[in-house]
Design a protein around this ligand. Structure first.
Ligand SMILES: NC(=O)c1ccc[n+]([C@@H]2O[C@H](COP(=O)([O-])OP(=O)(O)OC[C@H]3O[C@@H](n4cnc5c(N)ncnc54)[C@H](OP(=O)(O)O)[C@@H]3O)[C@@H](O)[C@H]2O)c1
Length: 313
């Protein structure tokens, strides 16, 4: 089969399409013929030798990627959750060896869900890591309650655009941040308010927020402490919580922690229900072919992607 190999940590030129042996499903796993995958910022960080690179280097060749959608073509021992021929999607083996940049991928059935018939494989792949992150943060970590004021940084991005839709589904009053170019996009997703960082500093125009979900990093977590009410919560997914932010949060009586998404098929099933009902919808701004992996990485690396990008096989 064809796979995209990461020859060594570095630039996009190190991503090369090669023939590799087909993987074989182990106990509890299925073999999936892939229709679409999606690309996330963690792919770019790992390609550059950061993030999960040392983990992936345990296995040669190094194959990036975690988001898949395709058809089950073989089942390993005790992998009875899906029939041969069923269409499935999910975030596979994160934070571990996903090996998703390939024509065929093995995955634990415990990481997968049935792909709703109403959505394409591209939409399903787009609704894996990013959607799962937003779901786990807002539903399980923050336990958003109806009427709470939730601020989502990078509301137009892969995670953020699901975050806005999920927070609205949970009944929150949602404030998004992003550039002026994404004002209409984020409002159409359902955000009640939008702060355009080109023209305003969010801490000067927003107050009394219950939950901040930060997918930007840098000084955003520290600045966000100024707008969270006492007893409120900050969850950061990009770059973590520094000791300084932790100390400041304690002084203000604000809870603050970092979160890393985990593969989970039960959560994927819940996302599948929301996708099937049309309650949440992925926005795909760019679709590439398998041979255009360098262009796909270059796009995500801009840090300005609206919604998601996918690769069709
Ligand atoms: N810990 C975890 O489990 C986890 C999971 C998923 C993602 N992440 C991390 O979270 C971050 C976001 O991921 P993603 O998939 O959403 O990335 P993405 O799709 O590449 O995000 C791009 C978006 O970020 C917005 N943006 C950039 N700078 C901004 C700023 N200063 N304020 C507000 N918005 C800004 C851009 O909007 P404009 O063009 O309008 O600026 C763009 O729409 C990445 O660092 C990623 O690695 C962590």
């Amino acid at each position: 089969m064809k796979a995209i190999i990461l020859k060594q940590a570095g630039g996009v030129e190190n991503l090369v399409v090669e023939e590799v042996p087909m993987p074989s499903p182990k106990k509890g796993e299925v073999l999936i013929k892939i229709n679409a995958i999606s690309i996330n910022p963690v792919d770019i960080k790992t390609r550059k030798g950061m993030s999960l690179y040392n983990k992936l280097r345990e296995n040669e060749p190094v194959i990036l990627g975690w988001d898949v959608s395709g058809e089950v073509i073989e089942a390993g021992e005790d992998a009875t959750a899906f029939e041969i021929g069923e269409e499935v999607f999910g975030m596979v083996n994160f934070p571990g060896h996903g090996n998703a940049y390939a024509e065929y991928v093995t995955a634990p059935v415990a990481h997968l869900a049935d792909k709703p018939d109403q959505i394409t494989h591209q939409e399903a792949a787009a609704s894996s890591l990013a959607a799962l992150t937003a779901w786990q943060v807002l539903m399980q970590q923050a336990k958003v309650q109806s009427g709470e004021r939730v601020l989502i940084h990078a509301a137009a991005g892969g995670v953020g655009h699901f975050g806005v839709q999920i927070a609205k589904y949970l009944g929150a009053y949602v404030i998004g941040t992003g550039s002026d170019a994404n004002y209409d996009f984020v409002k159409e997703l359902g955000a009640d308010e939008y702060v355009d960082y080109n023209h305003e500093r969010f801490e000067e125009v927003i107050q009394n927020v219950d939950i901040v979900f930060d997918a930007v990093g840098g000084d955003n977590p520290k600045r966000s402490l100024d707008i969270i009410r006492g007893g409120g919560l900050l969850i950061a997914i990009a770059g973590g919580i520094t000791d300084e932010v932790k100390k400041l949060a304690e002084e203000k009586g604000v809870k603050a922690w970092a979160y890393l998404v985990q593969s989970n098929g039960d959560d994927m099933e819940q996302l599948a229900e929301l996708l099937e009902a049309g309650t949440i919808r992925p926005h795909i701004s760019h679709e590439f072919s398998f041979d255009q992996i360098k262009e796909a990485h270059t796009q995500i690396e801009t840090g300005r992607t609206r919604g998601k990008i996918v690769i069709s096989m």
